[in-house]
Design a protein around this ligand. Structure first.
Ligand code: G3I
Length: 557
C-alpha cells in the first residue's frame, strides 16, 4: 500500500512543479511601465524593464500618424488582437506607406530598446483590388528612423520583419541598440512589397531600467521638515520603494484615504488600499499626511443623498444626517487606525477640508454639496468633529489650490481669519501648488507670508510643475524646460522654507505617476515631478535640494 502513496507523492511533486512553471509564466510583469499611472494594485517583484511606449489603440489612434500621401489611419474595433481597438492603415500606394509615431522624447539614446508590435494584413487596399491573393501575404517591417542626428544622413534601424497574412496576428519584435547623440526619432510600420491595408495592435517599446541613484543626497536628509510624496500601492515595491524611502520621510495617499475609496457605499468600508500604504509607512518609519475628509470631488453621492433617493436639502433633519455621516466616517477611520496601529498611527495630520474656496462667490466659498446642505458653517463643523474624534495630536489642515492667485489668497486669508476668530481647531493651511512653468514666485511668497502672519502652520501639500498648460500638447521635452523647472522648484522650496513651512510634499514619486499624464486628456510627455520615467533625478531634484540650501553630493547627477 505504500507504493501508491509514493506514486501519489511523486505525482503531487510533479503537479506542484507544473503549477510553479505555469505561475512563473503568468506571473504579473512588474515593469516600471510608463502607462500604469492609474493602476493601484501592488507590484510583486524587482523591475528591470521600463516601458516607454505602450499603444493598444483601445481609445483611438493616440499619437500615431499616417505615413505617405493619401494614407489614412483609423481605430478599428472589428479586428483586434486585444482590447477594444487596433490601428487600421488604408490608402497605401507605396510599400513604404504605413503609420508612424514620433518617439523623440520617449527613447533614450545610447541604450538598447526592445520594440514589439502585432501586425496583420487587411483584405482591401493595394494597387489591384481584384488580385485578392496578392494581398493575403506580404512582408511587414518595423523601423526606427533618426533624423538630424548630426552625421548628415538619416539613420534607419530595422527592428524586425515578418511575413504577415490577413488571417492571423503576427508578432514583430526586435531589440536595437540606439546610438547615442542628438536627433529626432520616429517609429513606423511599412511593407516591402504588398500594398494591402495594414493592421497593427499592442505596440510596446521597452528599455532596461536604470538602477536608482543611491549616491544622491536624500531629500529627507537635507530638509529640516518632513519631505513627502503622494503614493499608491504600486509605489511600494522594488525600485520605486527604494526611491521613495531614499528621499521621502512622509507620504500622502494619492487616493486611498479619500471617502470615495474608504466608504464607497454607506456603512461598507474598504481600508485595504489605505492599510497597504500605512503598513509601508510604519515599516519604514514614515509619517502620513491624511488626505482627505471633506472634498466635494471625493464625497460619494450617497453622502448627500437621503435614504429615499432625493438630494439632501438644508432642512434641519437633512443637515443633521450629513453631520452624522461625516462624524461616523471619521470615527470609523479613527477606530480602524487605533485597532491596527494602537498608539503608533503614522497619520500625523489630515486635510480636513479640501478646496472650499471660490473667490467668485460673495463669501469666497465654493458652492459644493456640503455648502448647499450645511451652509458656510460646514467648514467649522468639520474641523470641530475632526478634533473631537482624532484628538489633539493630529494637525488639522485646510487645503486648497492656486493659493498664490491674489483673489484666492484674499478669500483664504479671510476664511482662516474667521475660523480662528471663532475658535475653530484649525492647525494649518495646505497649499497644493500645482504650478506651471512661468509661475510667479513673488505671488507664492506673498501668500506664504500672509498665511504665516495668521499664526497657523502651513505646508506645501501637492507640489508639481507642469511644463505646459492643460490645453497645450507637448511634442518633446527640452533641456531648457527641465532647467527652468529646476529653477522654479528651487525658488518655491526656498520661499516655503523661508516662511516656516511644516512639510513639503510633491504630488507623485516620478513623472510616470503624475495625475497630469491623464488630465485633462492624455499628456504622455508631461513631466512635472522630481524624478523621470526611469526614476532618475531631474534638474527639479537638484532644484529642490538647492532650495533647501543643499547641493547634490555627486558629480554625475
Ligand atoms: O482606479 C480606477 C481604475 O480602476 C479605473 O480603470 C480608472 C478609469 O478612469 O479610474 C481609476 O481611478 C482613478 C483614480 O484617480 C486612480 O488613478 C479615478 O478615475 C480618478 O478620478 C482619480 O483621480 C485622482 C483625482 O485626485 C480625483 O480623486 C488623481 O489620481 C489624484 O492625483 C487627484 O489628486 C487631487 C487631490 O486629491 C486634491 N488636489 C488636486 C489633486 C489633483 O487633481
Amino acid at each position: 500500500m505504500r507504493r501508491p502513496a509514493l506514486l501519489l507523492g511523486t505525482g503531487a511533486v510533479v503537479l506542484v512543479l507544473a503549477l510553479l512553471a505555469v505561475w512563473l509564466v503568468v506571473l504579473p510583469d512588474d515593469r516600471d511601465t510608463a502607462d500604469d499611472s492609474t493602476s493601484t494594485g501592488p507590484t510583486t517583484a524587482q523591475a528591470d524593464l521600463s516601458t516607454v511606449l505602450s499603444d493598444g489603440f483601445d481609445d483611438g489612434t493616440g499619437r500615431w500618424e499616417p505615413l505617405g500621401d493619401g494614407v489614412r489611419i483609423a481605430q478599428d474595433q472589428q479586428v483586434t488582437r486585444s482590447g477594444a481597438g487596433s490601428l487600421l492603415v488604408v490608402g497605401r500606394t507605396e510599400a513604404w506607406h504605413g503609420a508612424q509615431v514620433d518617439v523623440s522624447g520617449t527613447l533614450t539614446p545610447g541604450v538598447p530598446h526592445t520594440v514589439t508590435a502585432w501586425v496583420r494584413l487587411g483584405l482591401g487596399g493595394g494597387a489591384d483590388p481584384t488580385d485578392d491573393a496578392a494581398h493575403r501575404t506580404g512582408e511587414v517591417r518595423l523601423t526606427l528612423q533618426r533624423r538630424d542626428g548630426g552625421a548628415g544622413d538619416d539613420e534607419y534601424l530595422h527592428v524586425a520583419q515578418v511575413t504577415a497574412t490577413a488571417d492571423e496576428w503576427m508578432s514583430l519584435s526586435g531589440t536595437v541598440d540606439l546610438p547615442a547623440g542628438d536627433g529626432t526619432w520616429r517609429l513606423y510600420v511599412e511593407t516591402t512589397g504588398t500594398l494591402a491595408d495594414l493592421r497593427m495592435d499592442d505596440v510596446l517599446v521597452q528599455r532596461p531600467s536604470s538602477p536608482v541613484q543611491s549616491d544622491l543626497t536624500g531629500l529627507r536628509d537635507a530638509a529640516d521638515v518632513p519631505v513627502g510624496t503622494a503614493v499608491a500601492g504600486q509605489d511600494l515595491t522594488g525600485r520605486r520603494a527604494d526611491l521613495l524611502t531614499q528621499h521621502f520621510d512622509q507620504v500622502t495617499a494619492e487616493n486611498a484615504m479619500k471617502p470615495a475609496v474608504v466608504q464607497p457605499v454607506e456603512g461598507e468600508f474598504d481600508f485595504g488600499p489605505m492599510d497597504q500604504i500605512l503598513d509601508f509607512a510604519v515599516e519604514h518609519h514614515l509619517t502620513v499626511h491624511g488626505h482627505v475628509l471633506v472634498w466635494h470631488r471625493s464625497t460619494p453621492d450617497w453622502f448627500v443623498t437621503a435614504p429615499d433617493g432625493r438630494p439632501l436639502t438644508d432642512s434641519p433633519a437633512d443637515q443633521q444626517l450629513l453631520r452624522d455621516r461625516l462624524r461616523t466616517h471619521i470615527q470609523a477611520v479613527a477606530a480602524h487606525l487605533a485597532d491596527r496601529y494602537g498608539d503608533n498611527s503614522p497619520v500625523t495630520s489630515w486635510d480636513v477640508v479640501n478646496e472650499a474656496i471660490d473667490p467668485a462667490q460673495s463669501d469666497g466659498l465654493r458652492r459644493s454639496p456640503w455648502y448647499t446642505v450645511l451652509g458656510p458653517g460646514y467648514i467649522a463643523d468639520a474641523f470641530r468633529t475632526a478634533r473631537d474624534v482624532l484628538g489633539p495630536d493630529v494637525a488639522l489642515y485646510l487645503n486648497d489650490y492656486d493659493t498664490d492667485a491674489p483673489e484666492r489668497r484674499r478669500a483664504l486669508v479671510a476664511l482662516v481669519t474667521d475660523l480662528l476668530a471663532h475658535g475653530v481647531p484649525l492647525d494649518g493651511v495646505g497649499h497644493q501648488m500645482h504650478l506651471r512653468l512661468g509661475a510667479d514666485v513673488t505671488r507664492i511668497d506673498t501668500t506664504l507670508a500672509a498665511v504665516q502672519a495668521l499664526g497657523v502652520r502651513q505646508a506645501v501639500t501637492e507640489l508639481d510643475i507642469a511644463l505646459t498648460g492643460p490645453d497645450q500638447t507637448l511634442t518633446a521635452v527640452t533641456d531648457d524646460q527641465l532647467a527652468a523647472q529646476g529653477d522654479l522648484v528651487r525658488e518655491v522650496v526656498a520661499a516655503a522654507v523661508a516662511h516656516d513651512i511644516a512639510s513639503i510634499t510633491v504630488w507623485g514619486l516620478y513623472d510616470t505617476r503624475s495625475w497630469l499624464r491623464t488630465w485633462p486628456t492624455d499628456r504622455p510627455l508631461e513631466a512635472p515631478l522630481l524624478f523621470d520615467d526611469d526614476l532618475q533625478a531631474k534638474p527639479a531634484y537638484r532644484g529642490f535640494l538647492a532650495g533647501l540650501g543643499t547641493s547634490p553630493n555627486s558629480d554625475d547627477n
